[in-house]
Design a protein around this ligand. Sequence first.
Ligand SMILES: *Cc1c(COP(=O)(O)O)cnc(C)c1O
Length: 363
Amino acid sequence: MEIQFNDLKAQAKNYEAEIDRAVKDVFSSARFIGGSVVHTLESALSKYTGAEHVICCGCGTDALMISLMALDIGHGDEVITSPFTFIATVGAISLLGAKPVFVDIDEETYNIDASQIEGALTAQTKAIIPISLFGQCADMDTINAIGSKHNIPIIEDGCQSFGARYKENMSCNLSTIGCTSFYPSKPLGCYGDGGAIFTSDDRIAQKIRMLVNHGRNSSDTFTCIGINSRLDAVQAAVLKVKLKYFEEEVSGRRSIGERYTQLLEGAGIVTPTIRTGCESVYSQYSVRVKGRNDVIKRMSDSGVPYAIFYSIPLHLQEAFKNLGHEPGDFPVAETVSREILSLPMSRYLTAAQQDHVVKTVKG
Ligand SMILES: *Cc1c(COP(=O)(O)O)cnc(C)c1O
């Protein structure tokens, strides 16, 4: 039985006719960067999330970096985040010369352990970046309360959680700034790189709008030093079509995630814990297994694709060796990285395919 880890081909086929027309319109318009297609997409994203301002940009990594730049974060500053995330979260902090300060993760959700954040605050802490990992938002109420108490902005890394709910609110509209990625395999993916930044703070929005476009204020004035991180009109055209049907993708993914959890019950496998008030978009359906090597061998032998996010927590990556961490510094992240395993997930996974995955995983 042929199974895709994330069936982007089936998804592309589903929207093909409408996307072909939308992309052709962009080609005929010859307006390839920015323009009305990007603006209408930004309005639609604003309506979907409830964030007052949405600024599209080149990718999720840029969204994070630009958010930090908008808050004037750089040398000498510290940013609190989790060591169990994609490298881009921490790379963005480091590229600006700021210091990533890690806080271990919650053993059940794999998101930052909010109860340990205050212990990591210093006079240099300038932002906190919780990641909404695998599609479930972090403990945003607690994190926002810490932010308010100490006057520290919160940037949600929502690159895996666009479409997720947190107590009636949408991911990316839960804190000072939200960031997402439209990388093809993310919940809302385009056909290349893309990203967006969400905020309801007028001043921050204005600055971000300049930063994504070289710091440009008007056609010939530049008020700050920015970068080139704009969304292509072709990507916006793809996203506009996919956003129209996105709720179907979200509910489809959720049903498949919930079915996995039912089918895997009692098999000695740790299935995702979804907190009360949270609705995951299951960007990954990740389980924890003790004998991971045996399970992945069975999966390879039966042609069932899998992924491991993340096998090495970031505090132990060579890229961050200057931070001076050692094994044992963040024990939960280290244990989870040895046991975590992501199963095939897409709205287009059939029940028969899913049954086959479950049978193989259970062994
Ligand atoms: C994908 C991802 C990013 C980066 O997004 P790109 O669009 O690939 O630059 C950042 N953070 C997390 C948690 C991600 O999963």
